[in-house]
Design a protein around this ligand. Structure first.
Ligand SMILES: NC(=O)c1ccc[n+]([C@@H]2O[C@H](COP(=O)([O-])OP(=O)(O)OC[C@H]3O[C@@H](n4cnc5c(N)ncnc54)[C@H](O)[C@@H]3O)[C@@H](O)[C@H]2O)c1
Length: 272
């Protein structure tokens, strides 16, 4: 039983591995024994200069690669580099994504009727096309080698619509603010990409699942927190390490009978 969650001898690719959840996932999978390829937009030299990444710097089992996941050639080149450094990957966490943070240009957080097509393109390009390319390149390699686990990261806003009432306080303060459409649409797309690939690769030993988190605490303002938490059964936002158990479970043999599923870790958000 102790070995059930072990990732010894596994090689994991984590996209967007330098920020909030991706960094957590990289550390958690490393702690369970995997060798880790962190893919993000920053090169390893920059990572090594920054003390926020001291864990990565201390571990030979972690290597950071600069890659834009929307660029197929770059992703293919990185697969070759990962194979040379560690071997063929058997875990992929599709974590990199763009959202529209509250400080985005007003047009991105305005009424749906005015939402810019260019913003839709930008977000779908990373969240759907980037995820799709990583599945083709790394998942294709796993299918060829007959084994692996892919974890696609969605969001509660991919299974449910954002509740615009939460943001009423902004509109009362005179902003025309709405949680935008593109992120929510992209995160729903991830769910069916998961189901498509789970059945497509079912005979090749590649399991594909979605992990759906709710909001992670990141010093959001008090007005937002007060509105959001009124609707959150568990009464608080998630800590950034509270998705790690789910990702280790999905990556390891502990979830060997699970594919095409969506593991919702949302403090009860979707329960009412
Ligand atoms: N943070 C939350 O509250 C929350 C809630 C639900 C779901 N999620 C999901 O969890 C995942 C991680 O969220 P986060 O808040 O840690 O995100 P984040 O914005 O902090 O980090 C995303 C990372 O992806 C990288 N990235 C963006 N575009 C890229 C590209 N083209 N190529 C390579 N890397 C790229 C960024 O550089 C960044 O390091 C996302 O898929 C997000 O949708 C987050």
């Amino acid at each position: 039983m102790k070995e059930l969650f072990s990732l010894k001898d596994k090689i994991a690719v984590i996209t967007g591995g330098l920020r909030q959840l991706g960094q957590q996932f990289s550390i958690a999978l490393a702690e369970y024994g995997a060798q880790i390829a962190v893919l993000d937009l920053v090169n390893e030299k920059e990572v090594n200069k920054n003390e926020r990444f001291s864990y990565f710097q201390q571990k030979d089992q972690i290597k950071c690669f600069k890659v834009d996941i929307t660029n197929r050639k770059e992703v293919e080149n990185i697969l070759s580099e990962i194979k040379a450094k560690f071997g063929s990957p058997n875990i992929l966490v599709n974590n990199a994504a763009l959202d529209s943070p509250p400080d985005s240009p007003a047009s991105e957080n305005g009424p749906f009727e005015d939402y810019p097509e260019a913003s839709l393109d930008k977000i779908l390009n990373v969240n759907i096309k980037g995820t799709f390319i990583c599945c083709q390149v790394f998942g294709g390699e796993m299918a060829e080698k007959k084994g692996g686990s892919i974890i696609n990261i969605s969001s509660i806003y991919g299974i449910l619509s954002p509740n615009q009432d939460i943001y009423e306080f902004k509109r009362k303060n005179g902003e025309k603010w709405f949680k935008p459409v593109a992120y929510a649409v992209s995160k729903s797309g991830v769910l069916n990409l998961t189901r498509y690939l789970a059945t497509y690769w079912s005979k090749k030993g590649v399991r594909v699942n979605t992990l759906t988190p709710a909001g992670i605490f990141n010093d959001q303002g008090e007005e937002f927190l007060s509105e959001y938490l009124k609707r959150m059964p568990i009464g608080r936002m998630a800590n950034e390490n509270e998705m790690n158990g789910a990702v280790i479970f999905l990556a390891s043999e502990a979830s060997s009978y699970m594919t095409g599923s969506n593991l919702v870790v949302d403090g009860g958000w979707s329960a009412w």
